[in-house]
Ligand binder design. Structure first.
Ligand SMILES: Nc1ncnc2c1ncn2[C@@H]1O[C@H](COP(=O)(O)OP(=O)(O)OP(=O)(O)O)[C@@H](O)[C@H]1O
Length: 207
């Protein structure tokens, strides 16, 4: 699978972010999207996810050289981002059941074990609105990493996680990153340094 970006630019009325960014992302690779605060990392991830439009340029996804229709992109995308919330009135168990209707589990993943590893077993029947921010973040990461999305977008993946939570995150990524394309938008070395082969400073794409 390839994510092909051509001539991508984004500007707001009072703010130019990146300009003329072109790149081809490939499966089975981890990429870090870096840049200082306000440089446009989240904006870039939102454009790829189709949440907001670009000012210029194109984002296309190809599987075996065949372009994937925009309407089918959500099938292959997994996202964890601060602006994507869990469903407040659902319990953890209901989230897993709901997610399982749309996406298959990754081969080799046992959800009970993953919930245990994330230290969430005791909260399986709790509404997520009773969860702490760190618990919600761990659930968000399980939902994106443990289900089969060929392209995974993680924006600030360790936000709200403590030291134990960061160690858990790193282990989760190591076990689930194979064969997919993983983009991590981050300013924290801890979030990508162990896995990312390519580092793209989106803030440097400004003429
Ligand atoms: N809807 C919007 N309208 C106008 N400006 C916006 C909008 N959304 C974001 N911006 C601005 O675009 C810039 C880039 O924001 P973005 O959140 O993508 O940066 P970031 O690199 O992810 O930052 P951080 O490291 O702080 O998370 C910021 O200056 C922000 O204020």
């Amino acid at each position: 699978m390839q994510l092909v970006i051509e001539g991508l630019s984004k500007k707001y009325p009072k703010n130019k972010l990146f300009e003329n960014f072109s790149y081809t992302f490939e499966s089975d690779n981890v990429y870090a999207i870096t840049g200082e605060n306000g440089s446009g990392k989240s904006t870039f991830m939102k454009i790829i996810a189709g949440v907001i439009p670009a000012s210029k340029g194109t984002v296309s996804i190809f599987e075996n050289k065949k372009k994937i229709d925009k309407d089918n992109i959500h099938q292959i995308l997994g996202i964890t981002a601060p602006y994507l919330e869990l469903i407040e009135e659902f319990t953890l168990k209901e989230h897993l059941e709901f997610h399982s209707k749309f996406k298959k589990l990754l081969v080799g993943i046992n959800l009970d074990e993953e919930i245990e590893r994330a230290n969430l077993s005791k909260s399986i029947n709790k509404n997520v609105q009773e969860f702490s921010s760190g618990m919600q973040q761990r659930l968000k990461l399980i939902l994106s990493c443990c289900y089969s999305s060929e392209i995974l977008l993680l924006d600030e993946p360790t936000s709200h996680l403590d030291i134990k939570g960061i160690a858990w995150y790193k282990d989760l990524i190591k076990r689930t990153k194979q064969k997919r394309m993983l983009l991590i938008a981050s300013n924290e070395l801890d979030e990508y340094n162990d896995f990312a082969k390519k580092i793209i400073n989106i803030g440097s794409y400004l003429n």
